[in-house]
Design a protein around this ligand. Structure first.
Ligand SMILES: [Zn+2]
Ligand SMILES: [Zn+2]
Length: 137
């Protein structure tokens, strides 16, 4: 049996290497967006946190990102096999030019949907509870 030494999970614990780190990063990007744009949402409130987790977790479930976990085992040094994977944070937060999916919405784009690639503002993601399940490769 091998045990992971303390304080190195970020380097050798596969879920830490790609999944949790990316998840935390994405969560922070969304809460930073709220502060930056002074949105009337209290991100420390439990119901807000729960809703954000629910919506973000759904984004992580997109088939687009399924190889991330497999690749995490390689990056952590456990397997030789490599997997092509889409960097979730890059996909969701790097190409924000353009406008929100909703016609006539002039709000600044928060993210790109990991499922259908639609651009969404905070309102149409969070308030409208955007729980996408339509996968467009
Ligand atoms: Zn979508
Ligand atoms: Zn919008």
């Amino acid at each position: 049996m091998l045990t992971i030494p303390p304080n190195v999970t970020g380097q050798i614990q596969p879920l830490d290497v790609l999944c949790f780190r990316m998840y935390k990063g994405c969560f922070k990007k969304i809460s930073d967006f709220v502060f930056l744009h002074d949105l009337p949402v209290q991100v420390h409130r439990r119901d807000v946190i729960l809703r954000l987790h629910s919506l973000l977790y759904q984004q992580f479930q997109s088939p687009r990102f399924e190889n991330s976990i497999a690749e995490a085992w390689h990056k952590s040094g456990y397997t030789d096999e490599r997997f092509m994977y889409v960097n979730l944070a890059k996909f969701m937060f790097d190409k924000l030019k353009g406008s929100c999916l909703h016609e006539n919405c002039r709000d600044i784009v928060l993210l790109v949907c990991g499922w259908c690639k639609a651009r969404l503002c905070f309102h149409h993601f969070f308030d409208a509870h955007y729980f996408c399940t339509i996968y467009l490769p």
